[in-house]
Design a protein around this ligand. Structure first.
Ligand code: SF4
Length: 106
C-alpha cells in the first residue's frame, strides 16, 4: 500500500525536520512518518530508489540518512517542495508509491 493521500486529515503534524513538516506516528529509527506537505514522502515506505531525486526537473529532493530504518538507510527529503511545479513525475515514477503531490495542501 502506498502513501495515504489524505494524510493531512488523518494524521497529526508532529514536528519539523530539515525545514519540512513531519506527520504521523514517529518512533525512530523504525517509524519515521510522512515528510513534507505539498510534496509528501512516506518515509516508512520509501526504499531509496532515488528516481524521484534524479529526475525531478526542479531538484526538490535531497538525501537524508536514516540508519536503522527497516526499508532503507536513507530517504529523499522534499527539502525544496516550495519549488515544485506539480509535474507529477515523482508520483508516477516511484516504484512503491511513497510520494503524493498536492498543491492544495500548501
Ligand atoms: S511533482 Fe515534479 S516538480 Fe514536483 S517534486 Fe515531483 S518531480 Fe519534482
Amino acid at each position: 500500500m502506498g502513501i495515504d493521500p489524505n494524510f493531512d486529515a488523518n494524521l497529526e503534524k508532529v514536528g519539523e525536520e530539515n525545514g519540512v513538516d513531519v506527520w504521523g506516528l514517529v518512533d525512530p529509527p523504525e517509524k519515521l512518518g510522512i515528510h513534507g506537505t505539498h510534496v509528501a514522502v512516506d518515509y516508512d515506505i520509501c526504499l531509496a530508489d532515488g528516481a524521484c531525486l534524479e529526475n525531478c526537473p526542479v531538484d526538490v529532493f535531497t538525501w537524508v540518512d536514516t540508519p536503522g530504518h527497516p526499508e532503507s538507510e536513507k530517504k529523499v527529503e522534499p527539502t525544496y517542495e516550495d519549488q515544485c511545479i506539480d509535474c507529477m513525475l515523482c508520483v508516477d515514477i516511484c516504484p512503491v508509491d511513497a510520494i503524493d503531490v498536492d498543491a492544495s495542501r500548501d
